[in-house]
Design a protein. Sequence first.
Length: 635
Amino acid sequence: MRKIYIIFCLIVTLFRVDNDAFSQSKSEILLKRANEIFNRNYNVSFDLCCQAEKINELKFIGEVSLCKARYFITFTDYENAEIELGKSISFFKSKNDYSNLSDAYDLKSILLSRLGDPQSSIFYLIKAYQLSKKSQDTSAQIKRLINLTHTFVQYEDLSKADFYLNLLESLKPNFDNTSFYFLNQNKGTFYLAQKDYKSAIKHYKRALKIAEINKMIDSKATILMLLAKAYRINGKYIEAEKYANFSYQFSKNNKLIYEKSEALGELIQIQEKLKNYQKAYALQEEFIDVEKQIINTEKLNRVAAIQNRLALTEKENIITKQNNKIAKEELINSKNEIQNQKLFILIIVMIIIFGFVLFIFYKTKKLNETIKSQNRLVQSQNKDIKDSIRYAERIQQAILPPLSEFSKKIPNSFVFHRPKDILSGDFYWIEETDDFLFVAAADCTGHGVPGALISIVNYNLLNKAVLEKNITDPAEILNAVNNWLTESLHQSYNTSSVKDGMDVSLIAINKKSKELKFAGAFNSIYIANKSILREFKGDKFPVGMFVDERPKPFKTHSINIEHNDMIYLFTDGFPDQFGGERGKKYKYKNFKTLLTDMSHLSSNEQNLKIQNEFDEWKGNFQQVDDVLIIGIKPL
């Protein structure tokens, strides 16, 4: 059915081209049609762009590249998107075409945002807006202002968001229904950031009404979720649950997988606030399944795009071969007509030799095509694997606390974290209650993907112990995590295959008494002051990973800390790193000396010194493990 639809669209398009030939060029009609159907059928739109490109009308070169760049961004082919955007921007600049140049900068902004460069993204979005003003394109100005408002609210730059909101409202007489929807959605989010919940909900409900009247399916699902979020933040959990359920059911009924994921995320937070932990856990499992579907959907879309482009190339190759065959046959017939009977035998011999060479050439060409096809497949698979790992990296980074949280809760602190691969089995953890501050440095089994999976499990279990169970004693926290980890991974005490766990050093600082308590699993902590370094060793068994015996309880150490004491938590990555002139391990002796010598420096200077020491020691040697060092000066 999909192929029939594509053929039908192409026939209709060509029919329109023939009838409008006197008023518009073929390229112009094809590009106009490609823009109209892009949101309904990406692949047909791209095929129309390619047809316009083959006509090769010079004045439409920039618009063709812009059309193709939009398609490449949709399917995450960012390299080709950058190439096509470069062509279009150069072309529009040379023609002083400010309207199309504004569209190109807008796409450039989207590309940079997806590549994780928000500052450059905002720069190009502002340029796009300025050009839309210069070209007096009111419709384009409205679109750019909507994007600018959303961007600055998202990054919590409320003064700039307010500025662009006022500019947007000044263009209300030129609004269409979609513009009114996004104005109210952005204003609602702006007021929500200011904690003006009443105004936020009022604008969200206006946006909901517009979405329902105009049948804006995905927008309705989004605004329902935002209403739930506003009520949740305002502490009205029953109303929040109602709207989150509406968003979830609506997204589910309309097969809106991304909006369904957002609704589930909101429902999970609401259930946690209502202390319905069992329901929150069930929703979490569904949320993970939906996230997997999103990843697979993105992969399928990319594969489908590649297949369509390959199919188009294959059709062109078949036509070329047929034309070549006809030309060769005509050439042979013409030669036969003028040949003398005396040369007949010689011609037959030449034909046989030519046929044999052609056969060899065909076989060689076919073999080369097979090799190229296999190379493309391998490259595609490698790209999918890398994309999945990068996606997992973003998930892991989102789960771990931002480094700014350390500097906020403990001003005199630093974290040096250097994963061996993209993903890490080492993780840092900080949490705070009314009376205690908790910090941990953990090394989970393995590194890369396996280590990252175990790190996420252990990170959540530490949060559970402190935030849900209100455990404050470090040894009791590790004992609880040990039991839950065993249950989560279905481990038994008499199975030799059980090897999933972590080494960890965990401290708890009493905010009032400044007392320090420590418990460790195969990990120590160091406390340095001037030229003296004290070591406090953890228990000689890990969390989890028990093979021959039942787990032993961990022990808590109470430690008196003094003014200017520098506390170090770490994993074994740095001491075990090979390097230096002889390619040997760095070892703990050198590690202790390094920490002692630099303990009097500021936290930023210590962090820089550790980075330089590690890089100089490693040199050209390969990094052998994840590296994590945390430095804290609590007094």
